[in-house]
Each structure stands twice: as C-alpha cells, then as structure tokens.
Design a binder for this molecule. Structure first.
Ligand SMILES: [Zn+2]
Length: 238
C-alpha cells in the first residue's frame, strides 16, 4: 500500500503557564496554518532554544496548548545544541533531556521535555482494520529512489480522529532518504507480530508443523467446548 509522508520540522508544544512566562501574561497563540493532523496548527510565534553548546532561533510552536511542554528536534540539532535527547513518542517525556526556551518576554529551562520524535504512522481505524495493524504495532516502510532504504521500527498509531494514513519522519530522516512532505512510500503489509510468526514457522520442518497443527486444533476444540459449557450455563441462569 502507498502512503504519504509528512516531514516534521523541529517544533515546540507549550503549557499555558510556560506560554505566559515566554510571551507575557494573558498572551494567546496566533494560529498560522492547519497541520495534516486536524486538531494541530502551526503558530505565528517563534522561540529560541538553547543548549550547552549553542542555540537555534526561529523554532515553530504547535498548538493547541498541552499539559506538558515538549520540544522535538533532530539528532543534527542535538549536535548543534550539545544535547543527546532520547528517541521517544510524543508525550513520553519522563527522563527526557533538559532544554532552555527563550521568548520575547522571558526564558525558562525545562528539566525534561526535549526528545527526538520516534517515526510513526498515523493510521485511520478503517486502514488498521483492513490491513491487520493494531495500535502500537511496528511496521516497515520501503522508500524508493537513489537513496532507497527501509524504515523499520515504525510505530503505528491508530486513532479514530485520523482522517488519512500518513508516515511522520523528522528532517534528518527525510534528508537521508531524499524525501519531502507529500511523497509516497510503500507500507509493507506485515506488522511485527506477523514477521515473528513467519520466522517461527520457518524454524520447523513439515512433520513438526503437522504436529503443531494438530496440537493447535486440540486447543481450539477444547476452547469451543468451554464456550458451549458457558453458553448452556448462561441459558440455565436465564
Ligand atoms: Zn505525527
């Protein structure tokens, strides 16, 4: 199946409290444009982020406000700033890296909140059901072209809010594979569970597989019997 790429540039999510420290009391974010995830928007405001070795200006803010402030950068940004944040899913911030935010009215240091976003696919519930993927399954994606490669360990995030299925990578990953937002890549129709099952099956010879089949059939038969017993028990209770 072909899916679309969304390349995420470095960005910041803020709490209401941190917004006021950086921009002044009662400040409201000004939405600039809607992002591909319908509830999220890029704002007009920009901030500077600072680490021990350097700083990066003009970093975008993504609204709406959140419960915890979070800064997502690339590995290359980390080298520029002198920090080595962990690769995490958005929101998974415990024991992540510190970073300083500088705004027009003030600055603050997050003790944790700096991460490199783990690549992920936002998947519609319809696609998940028809392709056999579950929430938090891992997928493989094949990139064509002169910088062809396979992205493994892509986390699938199934949400009924998703309007389409889209792979999100950061600018380092996009540059490595020579990809831009809107490009198409191939989602392999296997998830990690199926791959593991196939490897497992590959370990047995024909005779062993036959034995396992009989064994599995026995289990299914026993479970069916249990189900029938429960059904008759329920009927008696009614
Ligand atoms: Zn995303």
């Amino acid at each position: 199946m072909q899916i679309t790429i969304g390349v995420s540039a470095r960005h910041i999510h803020l709490t209401a409290e941190h917004l006021e420290i950086l921009f002044g009391q009662g400040y409201q974010l000004q939405p600039k444009r809607q992002l591909s995830i319908p509830t999220q928007y890029l704002c007009e405001e920009r901030l500077t982020i600072r680490g021990p070795k350097g700083s990066i200006d003009h970093v975008g803010i993504i609204g709406p406000l959140r419960e915890r402030s979070q800064v997502e950068i690339t590995r290359s940004d980390g080298i520029r700033l002198g920090v080595t944040p962990p690769i995490r899913l958005s929101g998974d911030l415990d024991s992540s890296a510190p970073i300083t935010l500088v705004g027009p009215q003030g600055e603050l240091t997050l003790e944790e909140g700096l991460i490199i976003a783990k690549r992920h696919i936002h998947m519609t519930t319809t696609d998940a059901a028809s392709l056999g993927f579950g929430h938090k399954d891992f997928a493989m994606v094949v990139v064509p072209g002169l910088r062809s490669l396979v992205f493994d360990h892509v986390v699938v995030r199934v949400d009924d809010q998703n309007t389409h299925t889209e792979l999100h990578i950061d600018t380092d990953e996009a540059n490595t594979a020579d990809l831009n937002s809107g490009d198409q890549v191939t989602l392999l129709l296997l998830n990690d569970k199926k791959i593991r099952l196939e490897r497992l099956i590959g370990m047995f010879d024909e005779r062993q597989l036959k034995m396992l089949e009989t064994f599995a059939a026995d289990i299914v038969e026993r479970e069916k019997q249990k189900l029938q017993e429960m059904e008759s028990l329920l009927n008696d209770l009614r």
